[in-house]
Ligand binder design. Structure first.
Ligand code: PMP
Length: 319
């Protein structure tokens, strides 16, 4: 008996495609699309959360700005501006009646030609979405996850663009993730070309030492929007944040460690390379920042409501 696997494309609903909402099943690219072969597209990962006043997108303007900057860095001209793309993401939330959802804007080059040169390609802009729970598991959010230092080094500024979410960059993450899973870890941690701690495959890392946060500089990692959020929340709570290089021994000797990311949110790390971090449980500082983060994204902390965007109809109710 064959079992058919459920696919994301099976969901009933709409994808925004070049200015129009189309059926999810029709949101396709051609097999000869340039981006499919060479990774020449760019993308974002955004979340909407169910607040008391309806679904709101967290840091929509920042994600959209990073998407447009990624496109610019990758030499892709996009015919939609910041405002149009922000509105489009809100439309996807409304059309699909999402509350808690993950939104995936994706900009790809079409099948104009198959050589490497991208000068003449057409550009397609998609915004898809789907309900997505905790990326590293509900259990992971509470109990923490096991992480392995990868044998792969994080891409560096000598060979690619580290701050852009360019599709092709992600083979680095894909290889590291698969290696980690095969080795029995939930996630990989990549070092930079010089052997210092860089980031996870889709997350930034923080350590806690003597109640201070330590995180690597943004130079050759993706400067995560969740990373920036946690730095702000921590400082607002009077927690000192040191942005400095982290060696592998700092990692193992930390009191607490956690990953941040739009998908991963704030996920505690309790084991790295079979060494227990702190007492092997979600630490107190991690828990405090995790609680702050969720209060913020769910709109429960009014001090950070400026990071939330509600669709127009709800914006009116809020006023
Ligand atoms: N690093 C990498 C490599 C990522 O893909 C992501 C996810 N976008 C992050 C860090 C976290 O970034 P953000 O908090 O903006 O989602």
């Amino acid at each position: 008996m064959t079992t058919t696997k459920q696919k994301l494309s099976d969901q009933k609903g709409y994808v925004w495609c070049d200015g129009k909402l189309i059926d999810c099943q029709d949101a396709n690219v051609h097999v000869l699309s340039h981006s499919l072969h060479y990774g020449s597209g760019v993308f974002e990962g955004v979340r909407a959360y169910k607040t008391k006043a309806g679904p709101a997108i967290f840091r929509l303007a920042d994600h959209t700005r990073r998407l447009l900057n990624s496109a610019k860095v990758a030499n892709i001209s996009v015919s939609f501006d910041q405002e149009q793309l922000e509105t489009a993401q809100l439309e996807v939330i409304m059309a699909n009646k999402f509350d808690n959802a993950y939104i995936r804007p994706l900009i790809v080059l079409d099948d104009t030609a198959l050589g490497i040169d991208t000068s003449n390609h057409g550009v397609q802009v998609f915004i898809a979405g789907f309900p997505w729970g905790a990326y590293l598991g509900e259990d992971g959010l509470e109990k923490g996850i096991k992480v392995g230092v990868s044998s792969y080094r994080r891409i560096n500024p000598n060979s690619s663009m580290c701050h852009a979410k360019i599709c092709g960059n992600y083979i680095n993450s894909v290889l590291a993730k698969r290696e980690a899973i095969n080795n029995g870890f939930a996630e990989a941690l990549l070092l930079d070309a010089e052997g210092y701690v860089a980031e996870g495959t889709g997350e930034n890392i923080f350590l806690v030492r003597d109640n201070r946060l330590i995180t690597p500089p943004a130079e050759n990692i993706l400067d995560g929007i969740t990373r920036q959020t946690i730095i702000t929340l921590a400082r607002d709570q009077g927690i000192e944040v040191n942005i400095c290089r982290i060696s592998r021994d700092d990692l193992y000797a930390a009191d607490e460690a956690f990953f941040t990311g739009t998908a991963a949110e704030v996920t505690p790390i309790t084991v790295i390379d079979h060494r227990t971090i702190g007492d092997g449980k979600r630490g107190l500082v991690t828990k405090k920042l995790q609680d702050e983060y969720f209060a913020c994204v769910y709109g429960r902390n009014v001090n950070y409501n400026h990071w939330l965007t509600w669709p127009q109809t709800q914006q009116k109710q809020l006023a």
